[in-house]
Design a protein around this ligand. Sequence first.
Ligand code: SER
Length: 615
Amino acid sequence: MLKASQILEKYISFFEKRGHKRIANSPLVPQNDPTTLFTSSGMQPLIQYFLGEKHSAGKRLVNVQNCFRAADIEEVGDNRHITFFRMLGNWSLGDYFKKEQLPWFFEFLIDALKLDSKRLYVSVFEGYDSISRDSDSEKIWTEIIKKEGFNPKERIYFYGADKNWWSRSGAPKDMPPGEPGGPDSEVFFDLQAPHDKKFGKNCHPNCQCGRFLEIGNSVFMEYIKKEDGTFGKLPNKNVDFGGGLERLLAAVENQADIFKTSLFSPIIETIEKITSEKYEGFKKEMRIITDHLIASVFIASSGITPSNKDQGYVLRRLIRRSFDNINSIRELENLNIPTQAVVESIISQYKTTDPDLEQNFEKIVNTILEEINKYRFTINKARSFIQKKYPQIGDELKGVKKISSDDAFILYSTHGLSPTQIKSLGYVFDQQEFAKKMGEHQGVSRKGAKKKFAGGLADHGEKTIMGHTATHLLHQALRDVLGDKVFQTGSNITSERIRFDFSYDKKLTNEEILEVDKIVNEKIDKNLSVRFEIMPLKKAKEIGAIGLFDEKYEDKVKVYFINGSAGSPQDAYSVEFCGGPHVEFTGKLKRFKIIKQENIGHGQRRIYAKVGTFL
Ligand code: SER
């Protein structure tokens, strides 16, 4: 039976034989893309080539890409969802299109992987708005399926834009202007598990019952969203194919549970050993531990350490969740040796494709263990807080340990424990009350800032806070000089410098830089007030607050004003969604100076600046 690494080699050589050049696996933590925390698909590092730039390796590319999808964290626990995976990808940048791509992938599945064609089903785009049904793909699949001796009507399924359209931001309506995307065609493997009626009367490839496994997706990337919301054509017709290696392996091994494939089972066995329990009795827990620790190994190996923001926050969640799940199987006194054993078994499964994991072994183990220890410390502190408040609750006391929703909320907001973690400590509280408090808290703290936008602060030191206020002035000054198309896409502020990323596709001239410097310094000299108001998102938009806000949240947001207020927004120099903190008056910043600019690709530039008495 083919192993994961053999499937990978076969795929690469299949496409190399068809004129593709192998390109490198890009870093899991993107170096120059402030808009995203992790690489989550093979095409993500190639975005500019879909938009028309020439790739130095040519028009036909192939690779394997390490990917992490944080959005799937909550899905992990079933037979097929994972957060870290390896994606096989082949790309045509304005070269071949549907009539090559679909038969090639089919040939790869049948000839190279020896899958039984009887087990394969496909899906095709049924059309959306002005974009018509993909009848070219339908014709190509009809021919292939007929040749195999099956009825195309029973094998080809049509779905709309929610299933058979791919862009980085999902369905066509969710794509921002400038985003490329296109209809796609997926191939599914029939695991022949009985249909579960809970998921609908009839089973079909996109049914969630677990019978069908999606094993490859060919995206026909030829559209771009325009400013007016309609679709235009990209300079080229491109192909973006992605197939999860773990799922292809499950199909080859005919294994409905991907955690039972040869890639994951040695890791599961190690977890069985350290907990002295069997997978069959603790499937969900062991799946979560396996997935989360694999992801943690790769993220820690990239040099990330657990923290309360960005990638560090994701890593913290993954490690803490693994720990909770180990604990719910068996409370282990000492985790040093068990952690090493699991990390070793993970590395031995991945070292052929990722040899640096072995070199980073110690760093990885230490990162995970340090976080587990911190977490244990937090839990102990939380326990003693509760014990002081409720002396009648002894640890030895069995039964209900009821605490008030206020105290549960303190465990959440001050001690950093999630409601699930609080419950797993054995505490019971009024969940509705708690949810209400959490809603109020989130409404205020959500800042309207999307994804990685948590203020961009490295710490809350005085110099960093000054830098933070300076980014608001810089943001507005850039818009004054370069126009309203400029908007912030990211920031990172330390006590040493400000780093500010924004949308703009040209190098700034010296005059423009001097002008921005001058405006910011004028605002500093005027010693303007900096204050915030909490208001409904709708109102914030009405008064023209800038910054990224998440459309999903209709509740309250925090808006910072430099000069002016919600009542007199016309007096304000800057009105921006933000969680703070900020200085109270701009005079505190003393001086501001841009020290460097860079092109970071994707129509974005990066500015480094200094603030304070350094000059
Ligand atoms: N971009 C597509 C996906 O991630 C195909 O590579 O599924």
